[in-house]
Design a protein around this ligand. Sequence first.
Ligand code: CA
Ligand code: CA
Ligand code: CA
Ligand code: CA
Length: 320
Amino acid sequence: MPVPLFSFLIKSLKFGQNYPRMVRWPIWLLALSLVGCRNEQQSGKLFELLKSSRTKVRFENRLQFDEAFNVYTYRNFYNGGGVALGDVDNDGLIDIYFSANMGSNRLYLNEGGFRFRDVTEKSGVGGTRAWSTGVTMADVNGDGLLDIYVCNSGDIKGDNKQNELFLNNGNGTFTEQAEAWGLADQGYSTHAAFFDYDRDGDLDCYLLNNSYQAIGSFNLRENIRAVRDPQGGDKLFRNDGARFTDVSEQAGIYGSVIGFGLGVTLGDVNLDGWTDIYVSNDFFERDYLYINRGDGTFSEELENICPISAPLPWGPTWPT
Ligand SMILES: [Ca+2]
Ligand SMILES: [Ca+2]
Ligand SMILES: [Ca+2]
Ligand SMILES: [Ca+2]
């Protein structure tokens, strides 16, 4: 209850003490009803929970574990899936894409009035990998149509966790093109962020990966942050027109096996017009704050700019 309403209620109770009991009760009831009305009005102005029977959005991220695959064999088992919002058919209404860890991902087209239609099968964006995580909508090929990039992870031993890039054909269908565009990364991908880091007019990609190595297997006396992991690690991909090129090393992006990426966000921290990157890491590895130098490289400055950071952070965000 807001403080002014609470004090009004208290005052009403005190005020009522000067009157006979028959008069006091109506005063208290009036005060309580005013508080209730006020709260109802306030809640009505904010959000209203719409049932799936109305919206037709019936997505559920259902998990099934067994002896071979569970939180003990895959520590990110309960980290969740992802959701991306964007207007994929350019009708002015925001559409929704959900990634499911184990099941088919789903695309819902917004039909207006908070009603949605599941077009996953027709559009061909359900995905084929074992375990999907984060999803991002971005116009990756710059043709004016939003595309969908799905991060995949989870399958520890197999070869079934390459990320997927669904390019928008503009006719209600999509074509998966991650391999051709150099974005079929096989790391334990958590999420991706598309932005124009070199300001050449096309969207580049920061890919956030989580280490596949068991937590108890690290030698914590040894700092291997600067040693790139050939199988995983975070990556910066430069958009070269028809294909992305991994420029992580030359750009100064860490990609070691101690990078337990859980969240990535973009913003211009130092207000110089160049987009910077904040990465949050799980477990014992600290976060990274990359300042964009504007020459194609980044300077990791977390400890200089922000000497205190949260342990075990999940999703970073910039204040607005
Ligand atoms: Ca739409
Ligand atoms: Ca596109
Ligand atoms: Ca670019
Ligand atoms: Ca900047």
